[in-house]
Design a protein around this ligand. Structure first.
Ligand SMILES: Cc1cc2nc3c(=O)[nH]c(=O)nc-3n(C[C@H](O)[C@H](O)[C@H](O)COP(=O)(O)O)c2cc1C
Length: 303
């Protein structure tokens, strides 16, 4: 019997549903499954309100941890740990990052095979790089990564996720936009990854697990989005530090977060389509590099 721990945090329950679907692909006769929630001491609001939502930008970007309830698990050691996470402002979400920085993460994950599973909008590549780095520091062995995302066009998914996060209703914005978040078909289809993970566990061979998962379309890389995301990550770093420096009182901080809010709307709806257009033309001259980068981001190794 293999012991598998599934650790995650989810506000809407989407990530919980993804992990339940994934683990339904495992046979209960072979695998002892344990689900444990990451619980922030002070709950994050859901639905979000404008100010509290943008307050998470500097916190996520600068990797500031929040306090968590104590995490208790049945065992001290597992054959595999599945870490479910979501991305906030291009970084691991505050609750997930807080777990990664905790002593509990060090004791649980050290020397243990780990599979990361994300339920995101569509910008997750740089957050995953940070997670790879943290896991390496802790001494965990990342053997798999599965990304479930909103596959609608970028700007559409921005509009629909706002509706979802600010109303807590995973419904069609204005009645005609596509549904927000990860599609039900993709959530249900995550079961196949569970079966593949179980096979690797039972044969004690996780070495080629990620290759098998990628063959099952576990990770989709859209290079235009990655291009935008990388630039945005640098800019978010600058904004986060600026807000920290200028926001010396709650009033000033609120003001700077408002400025960031308007900047973000401008960047998403005006700058990013231009950047994507120019990049789409330019990339024709370096297709080899694009392909190499895609393979790298689909993998679990760290550069
Ligand atoms: C504050 C905040 C920032 C977010 N930023 C991103 C992001 O940068 N990239 C992304 O792909 N998704 C982003 N999302 C979407 C989340 O990754 C996630 O898909 C969604 O919040 C549902 O997660 P849940 O399972 O916790 O409900 C963000 C969500 C929140 C609440």
């Amino acid at each position: 019997m293999k012991k598998v721990l599934v650790l995650h945090y989810s506000q809407s329950g989407q990530l919980t549903e993804i992990l339940k679907s994934l683990t339904s692909g495992m046979n209960a006769n072979n695998v002892e499954l344990e689900f444990v929630d990451i619980r922030p001491k002070n709950k994050f609001p859901f639905p979000w309100k404008g100010d509290s939502f943008f307050e998470q930008m500097p916190e996520s970007v600068l990797g500031k941890p929040c306090e968590l309830d104590e995490i208790t698990t049945r065992h001290d050691q597992y054959d595999l740990i599945i870490l479910g996470y979501q991305v906030w402002f291009l970084n691991p979400s505050v609750p997930f990052n807080s777990f990664l920085q905790s002593d509990k993460a060090r004791t649980l994950l050290n020397n243990t095979p780990v599979v990361t599973v994300a339920g995101v909008r569509n910008m997750w590549v740089m957050a995953q790089e940070k997670i790879k780095n943290e896991l390496l520091k802790i001494g965990a062995r990342l053997v798999g990564n599965i990304i479930l995302e909103d596959k609608n066009p970028n700007l559409i998914s921005v509009v629909t996720i706002q509706h979802w996060l600010f109303t807590a209703k995973k419904s069609r914005f204005l009645g005609f936009f596509p549904l927000p978040g990860v599609s039900q078909e993709d959530i249900d289809g995550a079961k196949r990854f569970g079966t593949t993970i179980e096979e690797a566990l039972l044969t004690d061979d996780c070495n080629n697990l990620q290759e098998k998962l990628v063959k099952q379309n576990a990770v989709r890389i859209v290079d235009t989005i990655v291009f935008v995301e990388k630039r945005a990550t640098t800019l978010f770093g600058i904004w986060a530090n600026l807000i920290e420096k200028k926001g010396t009182t709650p009033k000033k901080k609120k003001l700077w977060l408002r400025v960031f809010n308007y900047y973000l709307l401008f960047a998403i709806f005006i700058i990013s389509p231009i950047v994507i257009l120019l990049y789409s033309i330019g990339r024709l001259f370096f297709l080899g590099k694009v392909k190499k980068e895609k393979l790298y981001y689909q993998g679990v190794k760290l550069k």
